[in-house]
Structure formats: C-alpha cells, structure tokens
Design a protein around this ligand. Structure first.
Ligand code: HEC
Length: 459
C-alpha cells in the first residue's frame, strides 16, 4: 500500500531539485522543443506545465476511471483554465484567491497533490505558479490551448539543463561542489574531502593534494580513450562529473545506499549515474599503502572462491583505472547500452592490454567458452541470471566487447553500439542482423571462435 503513495513523493522531490536550480536567477530557460515559447516573463509552458505533468495530470484526466478529480480536467489548457467544481483554478492576477495555489499550499483542503501525507510541492514550484497567475495566467502565445500539456511542457531535465547552461562557469562549479559535498556528507559526515576540479571533472577524495592533482589530470587524459570507444555523443555531459573516491568500503556502501538507494554487491567497487542532473562516479579505492590488508579484510571470501591464483590480486587496480572503468560504464549505461555492453566497454577501455585484471577476465571468458559458449553468451546477452556467476558475467562481457572492437569487427562497432543502445538492449537479434548481417547463432559461433583463438591459442 505504501508504495502506491510514495510515487508522487519522488516526483515532488525531483521537482524540488530541478526548481532549486531555477531559483538561482530569473527564469529564462527555453525548452528544446521546436515551438518553445521565448517569453521573458513567467511562462505556462516552461514554468507551470512541467509541474502539472509530473505531479497532477495523472489524477486530473477524464477518460481514465476515477481520474477526473474535482472535475478539474488537466488534459489541455482550455479545459484546465475553465476549472472544476469550485470554479476557475486560477484567478488572473490573484494567486491568493486561486484554487490552484490554495490547494498546493494546503490553505484549501484536501491539499494537492493528493496522496501520501509527505507529498508536497517545493516552495520554488509554488512560487512559479504564483508568478504565472500574477502575470495574468495566460497560455504562451502561439501554443494550442487544446493540445495536451505534454506536447509543449519542457521536461524537468530540459529545465534543469537550460538553467545550468545560463550559469557562469564559476556558478556551475559552485553548484557541483555544493551537490558533491552534500552527497559526501551522507556517506560519512566525519570525513572531510579535498576537492579538485578540472575541465570535465570535480574530484572529491581524501588523497593528499599532489596525488589528487595527478589523479584528476590522468582522468582528463583517459577521456580521449573513452570518447574513442563510445563516440562524442555519449560523453557530452552538460556538467562536470563528480568523482568520489572513498578509502573505506563502508563509506562507499553508505554512499550508494543513500544516493542511489541500492545495496551494493559483495565484490563491486564502483558505481556511476551519469544521467542525473549532477552526474557522478563513485569508487572504493583503498590507499596504496594499506592495499593488502584492506583488500583482504574487505573481501574475505574472494580468495577462497577463486579457482586459480588470481593475477588480479597481484596487480591491484589503480584509482585512475577504476574511475575510468566506471565513467565508461556509466556513460554507456546512461545512453541505453545493456549491462553486458556497458560492463565490457568499461573493462576494455580501462584495463591495460596485458594487465593482470584483463588477463583474469580473458581466462574467465575462455572458461565460459569451454563450458558452452552459445548458452553462456546467450545468458549474458540477456542480462545474466542465476546460471551465470559474477566472474562469468564480467569475463564474457569483456570478451564480447574485446572481440567486437577487434580489427575484424571494429568497423561496424559504433553502429552496433548506437543501435543496441537506442533499443535499450532489446531486440538484439534484429540489431545483430542489421549490423553484422547474420543471425544470433552465427554471431555466437563467430564470437566464440574469436575467444577460442585469441584467448586460448586455438587449441
Ligand atoms: C492522487 C490524486 C490527485 C493528485 C495527484 C492531484 N489531485 Fe487535485 N484533486 C484530487 C481530488 C480527489 C480532488 C477533489 C477533492 C475535493 O475537493 O474534494 C482534487 C481537487 C483539486 C482541485 C480543486 C478543483 C475544484 O474546482 O474542485 C484543484 C485546484 C487541484 N485538485 C489541483 C491539483 C494540483 C495542482 C495537483 C498537482 C500539484 C493535483 N491537484 C494533484 C486528486 C488529486
């Protein structure tokens, strides 16, 4: 029962975040839509409609059973402005007498949006409604009053991006730092981070200044490799990416818990969300000196589980490599790439050709080949599952991507990446047919042969 009411709450919070950005200056954002209004003052399409779409329209639409509440119909502007049982929702020039405002402020009950008790519009959203009513409560010139709000409402992402775009570089940096510190504090309020910024990144870590400077420099230079692998489109972030490096696993766990609202897996040491308004990458990377004890203490079952001495344990991952892997993975995932593809790309871009961790992944892929490549690869392409161990999943993903970016397959890889991402990973058979001109069976045969010969020396 509680899940049903917690949904609008999430919207309200998202709104508050997006509108928090708006508060920074006069709203002159323009949505990306072709017929977007270019009004200077308050705009219904830009300032109000996105709020109604995200928080209200679902209940205030006739046609759906039980969804024409208070007879206030929000499917188009002309119906909305006519009002409901109590008359017009907005009194032009008089926000203090408008049901719309009175309801969202709770001065008229029931308060809107109706739902869980903790559902509230943020103050900036309410202020935007008031400003629009004060200015006359009109629809922007040139827009069709019979069209649904959605056809012209800027998405909240558009609003946030447009508002970021008009900030000065210093103001943007200040926002990134502020959001970053806020998140860091959730993971561990006792630990104070140092902040370093560069053209594309803002690094939050406990590293000594000189090491932090070196780290962010090497992240800038690894961006070239990421762009070559993913294309410029997927790496064109509107804001600096926050990079968080935690020296202790518990802080990493807490970060993912509070920021991403997810429990971490036993072995993972990095995560990313490059789709959110303040994009970030977070890793757990113990200081080099403490590596041995920290690594074994943090993952006690790792050694017991392995089938052979792990080269990965010998050559610990550098922080740059770990961050690069997660930036790549996060960028691919944000563009819609399926998990195996994002994962494999992260590994291929971040790991040195002959490094221990890369060799380990290759051996895992070869093991999977020997256990039956078509079955294993099919399961990985479908997203994993109970029959695929984490080692197999990583290995096969890495192997597939190394194969698809090898000279034989490379020429069409950008096309494959783009098409499969557009589908969000679905319809893989169609994409394979389209790009490689073969069916899935043949695709698996060829990739399997490549794995056997490249990793197994053809025996
Ligand atoms: C969960 C469903 C739901 C959501 C979400 C919702 N409403 Fe309502 N709304 C109702 C119901 C039910 C009524 C009739 C309540 C009553 O007055 O008895 C109502 C009535 C109203 C009225 C009074 C209409 C009239 O003339 O009687 C206004 C104004 C209103 N809502 C605005 C909003 C706004 C603005 C939002 C979004 C911020 C919103 N509502 C979100 C269910 C909802």
């Amino acid at each position: 029962m509680t899940t049903a009411t917690s949904r609008p709450c999430v919207f309200a919070l998202g709104l508050a975040a997006a509108w928090g950005l708006l508060a920074a200056g006069p709203a002159r954002a323009q949505s990306g839509k072709a017929d977007a209004p270019k009004a200077e003052g308050p705009s219904f399409a830009r300032d109000v409609a996105p709020i109604l779409v995200a928080n209200c329209v679902g209940c205030h639409s006739p046609g759906r059973p039980g969804a024409n509440r208070g007879k206030l119909d929000m499917t188009s502007f002309d119906k909305f402005i006519k009002g409901g049982n109590d008359g017009p929702a907005a009194e032009p020039g008089k926000p203090e007498e408008s049901h719309l405002v009175l309801r969202v402020k709770g001065e008229e009950t029931p308060r809107m949006p109706q739902g869980g008790n903790d559902v509230r519009l943020g103050a900036p959203a309410i202020a935007a409604m008031e400003a629009w009513i004060k200015a006359g409560a009109k629809l922007d010139a040139g827009l069709n009053p019979k069209a649904p709000f959605k056809s012209y409402a800027a998405s909240l992402d558009d609003v946030a991006k447009a508002n970021t775009a008009k900030l000065s570089p210093e103001e943007r940096d200040a926002k990134v730092k502020e959001a970053g510190l806020e998140r860091w504090k959730k993971a561990n309020p006792e630990l104070k981070p140092e902040i370093e910024t560069s053209e594309h990144y803002a690094l939050f870590s406990t590293l000594p200044k000189d090491r932090a400077t070196r780290l962010i420099k090497s992240m800038e230079s690894s961006l070239g490799a990421i762009r070559r692998a993913l294309g410029a489109e997927m790496t064109n972030w509107p804001e600096k990416v926050g990079l968080y490096v935690f020296p202790e696993r518990k802080d990493y766990v807490e970060f993912v818990r509070t920021v991403k609202q997810r429990e971490v897996d036993e072995h993972e040491d990095g995560d990313a969300d490059l789709k959110t308004t303040q994009p970030y990458v977070v890793v757990y990377s113990p200081p080099e000196a403490a590596t041995e004890s920290a690594a074994t203490a943090a993952a006690p079952r790792r050694k017991g589980r392995s089938r052979r001495p792990e080269p990965a344990e010998a050559g610990r991952r550098s922080t740059t490599s770990l961050l690069t892997e997660n930036v790549t993975r996060g960028a691919a995932a944000a563009a819609g790439a399926p998990r195996w593809l994002a994962e494999g790309l992260g590994g291929v871009v971040a790991l040195e050709g002959r490094s221990g961790p890369a060799q380990k992944l290759r051996m895992d892929a070869l093991d999977a080949f020997r256990r039956g490549w078509p079955t294993k690869a099919t399961e990985v392409l479908a997203g994993g599952g109970d029959n695929v161990s984490p080692d197999e999943f990583h290995g096969v993903s890495f192997g597939l991507v190394e194969c698809l970016t090898s000279p034989m397959f490379r020429p069409v890889f950008p096309q494959f990446l783009k098409e499969i991402s557009k589908q969000g990973g679905a319809k893989i058979d169609d994409v394979v047919k389209d790009v490689y001109g073969v069916d899935r069976g043949e695709f698996l045969t060829q990739t399997g042969e490549w794995i056997a010969s490249a990793y197994g020396g053809d025996q």
